[in-house]
Design a protein around this ligand. Structure first.
Ligand SMILES: *[C@@H]1O[C@H](CO)[C@@H](O)[C@H](O)[C@H]1NC(C)=O
Ligand SMILES: *[C@@H]1O[C@H](CO)[C@@H](O)[C@H](O)[C@H]1NC(C)=O
Ligand SMILES: *[C@@H]1O[C@H](CO)[C@@H](O)[C@H](O)[C@H]1NC(C)=O
Ligand SMILES: *[C@@H]1O[C@H](CO)[C@@H](O)[C@H](O)[C@H]1NC(C)=O
Length: 551
């Protein structure tokens, strides 16, 4: 009898472990949608319009009251857009917004005004070219040169690509309006490629003029305008991710489209150390000199780092990589939602992942400025330290301030800790869920319009955006959250990513027509009549499960 029980138990255990192993090792490959055939596009002409946009040195500048170096450049650029994309200005409602009217809000009214609009966000201001570095550019920074398979120039990748490709996609969809089809035919037609298109859900485009310096005059003003009109958005699509051609080492080498489902927050905290000072020929021996205090504070911060937290959307990124990763990596990624695995992977990321990966699992504190001392022979009485802080989703600037206050206490130094108030601090964003329909639709739009040599589309994977985008201004208006993705390809090995904001910023020329197609498809899927989202959101509002997209 006992032997029988033992055998039975072993059998059950083996079956259980086998099942578990099978479950861990098995993968459900997401279904690959059929390719979408884009309407014909005169690629050379479209590229020329994009390159023309790059030729405007539309530099935003935090030191100026109006946030730009030269208003005339922006006004000329807006006039250029109107001439280059005439169908948009003819058919859609174009408004100049902001104190100086330098940002654009473009509205394409849908046929059903009960549906919440979709907002596509981009910006046409750029960062300056570092003085003295002009000669190091292969092609002049505002040339928009087309060479070696790239479009070169400041703003090409960040992010006039988005502005030009969105306007091109809208123009392409509007062309059918202009080609004189009869009204009934238009109504009958579905949203097929090249067919007449009228959104059912309103589509809006918001192009800011000061995103690089926080966006308060541009996106901030547009968001305030939308709020004053009582607009409630279905979803916001902004910049943030791209298609990484060489994958995401060490998890996968196949191309991945990274969609930012959250972004880090931002704060600057000022720590002022105080000391008796005195003659530098006789430094204090009790540790009260600024130099000693700096050392103590630095040590305290090393001993008590911010918490390591592997959380959504980084966990979502890992689980979405499961079908594309090696068999060795698979169990780890698959189990990453389990608390001990999450803890382990978080520690691995922080300790061995390098700075890019460590920043995914921590709120980072970076000492960026130090101000102290008046003369070579005087001990400073004060040192002002500026810590730039990037907050994980769910954390607020006050959390970082408190962390520094605790470090000051632990270090036993004499210091004041103060959050630098003003427009330039905001909490880590909320996390948009990748389990909702909006992400599925975005994935479909991407996979339908991108195919590689092996006939496969890119993997589509959520991630955490390290920088800040204009979407922070719109997030509170959006019912379905924010997704941050620009449909262009970046080759990390070739150095494409490192060139953003740097010398030789550039973007792959072939990405442009592909990006236009992806945006066009996004507009169809997110706002077209009969699209999946329309019927879905109708039933969602009936059942009152409206906020399911946010966690
Ligand atoms: C920004 O504006 C300030 C004040 O007008 C000016 O001194 C500075 O040169 C400008 N920055 C750039 C990069 O042009
Ligand atoms: C901005 O545009 C509005 C409406 O067109 C106009 O009334 C206002 O004077 C403009 N403001 C500036 C600073 O150009
Ligand atoms: C996150 O969502 C909550 C609830 O919708 C909202 O009150 C809050 O302002 C949001 N936070 C951010 C940073 O957008
Ligand atoms: C990326 O760039 C590297 C180096 O230039 C090149 O060898 C590789 O083939 C490129 N990968 C893709 C997918 O284009």
């Amino acid at each position: 009898m006992a032997r029988f029980v033992t055998a039975l138990c072993s059998g059950i255990a083996i079956a259980f472990i086998g099942g578990l192993l099978f479950d861990i090792l098995s993968i459900d490959k997401p279904e690959v949608p059929k390719p979408f055939i884009c309407p014909p596009l005169d690629t050379a002409a479209a590229l020329d319009r994009f390159r023309g946009l790059i030729s405007f040195p539309s530099i935003s500048n935090i030191s100026r009251e109006d946030h730009v170096n030269d208003q005339k450049v922006f006004r000329d650029m807006m006039a250029y857009l109107e001439v280059s994309y005439p169908l948009v200005w003819k058919h859609l409602n174009v408004e100049q917004v902001g104190e100086s009217n330098l940002s654009l809000l473009i509205t394409w009214p849908g046929s059903n005004l009960d549906l919440r609009p979709v907002l596509f966000v981009s910006h046409y201001d750029v960062v300056p070219v570092t003085p003295g570095s002009e000669h190091a550019w292969t092609y002049p920074p505002f040339s928009g040169q087309l060479a070696d398979g790239y479009v070169w120039g400041r703003g090409s990748a960040d992010i006039k690509f988005g502005v030009a490709a969105l306007l091109e996609a809208a123009s392409s969809l509007l062309e059918s309006h202009d080609s004189g089809e009869a009204e009934e035919e238009r109504d009958k037609a579905k949203d097929g490629a090249g067919g007449p298109f009228r959104p059912e859900r309103t589509i809006m485009f918001a192009f800011g003029h000061d995103e690089e310096i926080g966006g308060s005059h541009g996106a901030g003003a547009i968001a305030a305008l939308l709020r004053s009109r009582g607009v409630n958005l279905e979803v916001v699509v902004d910049e943030g991710g791209a298609v990484l051609l060489d994958g995401l080492s060490p998890f996968t080498h196949r191309p991945v489209a990274m969609v930012g489902m959250a972004e880090k927050g931002y704060a600057t905290v000022e720590v002022t150390l105080r000391s008796p000072g005195g003659h530098s020929s006789m430094p204090h021996t009790d540790g009260s000199d600024i130099a000693d205090q700096l050392w103590h504070l630095g040590t305290a911060l090393k001993l008590h780092p911010t918490r390591t937290q592997l959380q959504s959307p980084v966990t979502d990124m890992l689980t979405h990589l499961v079908p594309y990763t090696s068999v060795w990596m698979r169990p780890l990624l698959k189990l990453v939602e389990q608390r001990p695995v999450r803890w382990l992977v978080g520690q691995l990321f922080r300790s061995f992942g390098g700075r890019e990966v460590a920043a995914m699992v921590t709120t980072t504190l970076a000492l960026t400025r130090i101000r102290a001392g008046v003369a070579d022979n005087v001990l400073p009485q004060e040192a002002v330290l500026m810590y730039n802080i990037r907050l994980l989703p769910g954390q607020a600037p006050i959390d970082a301030t408190e962390h520094l206050q605790r470090a000051v206490k632990f270090a036993g130094v004499n210091a004041d800790v103060r959050l630098v108030e003003g427009g330039s601090s905001w909490p880590g964003s909320n996390v948009t869920s990748p389990n909702g329909r909006l992400f599925q639709l975005l994935r479909t739009a991407i996979q339908e319009t991108w195919r590689f040599d092996d006939g496969q589309p890119p993997a589509v994977v959520p991630f955490l955006v390290m920088g800040a985008t204009d979407s922070k201004h719109y997030a509170a208006l959006s019912h379905g959250g924010v997704m941050r993705f620009v449909p262009y390809a970046m080759n990390k090995t070739a150095g494409d990513l490192g060139l953003i904001h740097a010398t030789n910023e550039r973007v792959r020329a072939t990405s442009f027509s592909q990006g236009v197609c992806t945006y066009l498809r996004m507009m169809q899927l997110l706002a077209g009549s009969g699209s999946e989202l329309q019927s879905a959101s109708a039933s969602a509002s009936e059942s009152g499960s409206g906020s399911q997209c946010l966690v």
